[in-house]
Design a protein around this ligand. Structure first.
Ligand code: ADP
Ligand code: MG
Length: 152
């Protein structure tokens, strides 16, 4: 497990990072996104989805807790999960998120709602504000991502 810090100046930089991550993502991966409201979590996911062929399918703020994207045009099936409205870890268990690992890339916003129950191979990205339009992203890079992250 290594830590990497990325400075992202403007929304376009965040979209670009999402796009580059998409180029290395595989079925069974977990990408966990931490950061307060407006940090840019969904923006990163938007870049990622676009790169996978899901242009115009940008996640809406009111989407269901689990939004699966498994349409013909997608290069890699994705389950996008936003746990913001979740009350407790018991409720999270009912979502059976692990089932998505079999055939999709799993992206989780607000993973802290799961308690400590995050997969050890998850790529954990934590976003902090660094001025109006800038963000500092800290990546906890697990072994499964070391090689790939060095190319991002
Ligand atoms: P979250 O999902 O974390 O609540 P969103 O991605 O929905 O956040 O919103 C982030 C907002 O911040 C967007 O309006 C976006 O345009 C703006 N923004 C400004 N600068 C950045 C940046 N460097 N990275 C990401 N978003 C940024
Ligand atoms: Mg969001």
């Amino acid at each position: 497990m290594a830590e990497a810090v990325v400075h992202l100046d403007g929304e376009a930089a965040m979209l670009g990072l999402g796009r580059r991550i998409a180029g290395h993502a595989r079925i069974g991966d977990v990408i966990a996104l931490e950061g307060g409201l407006g940090a840019g979590k969904t923006t990163l996911v938007r870049g990622l989805l676009e790169a996978l062929g899901l242009e115009g399918e940008a996640p809406s703020p009111s989407f269901a807790i689990v939004q699966p994207y498994d349409v013909p045009e997608v290069r890699l099936p994705v389950a996008h999960v936003d746990l913001y409205r979740l009350d407790d870890a018991a409720e999270a268990e009912e979502l059976a998120l692990g089932d998505y690992l079999m055939d999709s890339l799993l992206i989780i916003e607000w993973p802290d709602r799961l308690g400590d129950a995050l997969w050890p191979h998850a790529l954990r990205l934590s976003i902090d504000f660094a001025g109006d339009d800038a963000r500092r992203l800290t990546a906890d890079v697990p072994d499964a991502w070391t090689e790939r992250w060095s190319q991002i």
